[in-house]
Design a protein around this ligand. Structure first.
Ligand code: AMP
Length: 268
């Protein structure tokens, strides 16, 4: 049963955790490395996105990954390519609002990768929770065979979620970036104290970020995990999500909140 881990390369321990999850359930395992031009806006970092194919390929070999699929953009989008998929609704909020067209590019590339690789299961990170939810919807809407598994966020010792874009941070911003995880920690504490108002949980997160002068907030929101729509009260499955700039580098993080019968369980 083929397991599949789609990535944009510059592999780190977050990607490795997905490979390990795939290897637990599947054999063989395929990893793709494709910096998808269609998910970057014209003013975004496509050109400077880190690329490390040689080191990535060695790492995957040492992990015992059987297949590496690293296509050129022209193989995925040959001249005349003109079909796109859009997962409506889910794609317009949060990341989609800041990055118009981003999820159209993601959904189009992932549909193609799933069609080419034909995996039994595909492994995605909860780090990109909205992306994972959109891909689940894509799979459902197009009757794709792949089962989508969403895996936990791997973090540095100070709580910063691993990301290929962390390489852009200068030492001061790298230090400051731990504020994302601290803000989510403040949300978790507020929830543990019994807070169930989304506005108050958001205020607790904003207060932590406000104290870090290098951080500029893009969004801080609490949404329902199924629709990614804002919710006034925290009930059922929700996410607290944030996107914060450090200079030109924009970082994401989220807290998964599971409320049931008044009890709350959080996953950083
Ligand atoms: P990327 O190469 O950034 O497109 O990410 C490829 C996959 O790895 C996506 O499913 C991401 O959500 C996942 N991923 C990225 N960072 C992490 C992390 N820190 N922990 C777990 N999964 C991650």
């Amino acid at each position: 049963m083929l397991g599949f881990v789609p990535t944009m390369g510059a592999l780190h321990a977050g990607h490795v955790s997905l490979v390990h999850a795939a290897q637990r359930d599947c054999s063989p395992v395929a990893v793709s490395i494709f910096v998808n031009p269609k998910q970057f806006g014209p003013a975004e970092d496509f050109e400077r996105y880190p690329r490390a194919l040689e080191a990535d390929s060695q790492l995957l070999e040492s992990l015992g990954v059987e297949y590496l699929f690293a296509p050129e953009a022209a193989e995925i989008y040959p001249p005349g390519f003109s079909s796109y998929v859009e997962v409506e609704g889910l794609s317009s909020r949060l990341e989609g609002r800041t990055r118009p067209g981003h999820f159209r590019g993601v959904a189009t590339a992932v549909l193609k990768l799933l069609e080419i690789v034909q995996p039994w299961r595909a492994y995605l990170g909860r780090k990109d929770a909205q992306q994972a939810r959109i891909i689940q919807q894509l799979v459902r809407d197009f009757h794709l065979d792949a089962e989508i598994q969403v895996c936990p966020i791997v973090r540095e010792s100070d709580g910063l979620a691993l990301s290929s874009r962390n390489a852009y941070l200068n030492p001061e911003d790298r230090h400051a970036a731990a504020v994302l995880c601290r803000a989510l920690g403040a949300a978790r504490e507020a929830l543990a104290r019994g807070e169930r108002s989304s506005a108050n949980v958001v205020a607790a997160m904003r207060e932590v970020i406000r104290r870090e002068p290098r951080a500029a907030t893009d969004y801080v929101e609490v949404v329902r995990a199924d629709t990614f729509e804002p919710t006034d009260r925290i009930r059922g499955s929700c996410y607290a999500l944030l996107a914060v700039f450090f200079g030109a580098t924009r970082l994401l993080d989220n807290l998964l909140i599971e409320e049931k019968d008044g009890e709350v369980r959080c996953e950083l």
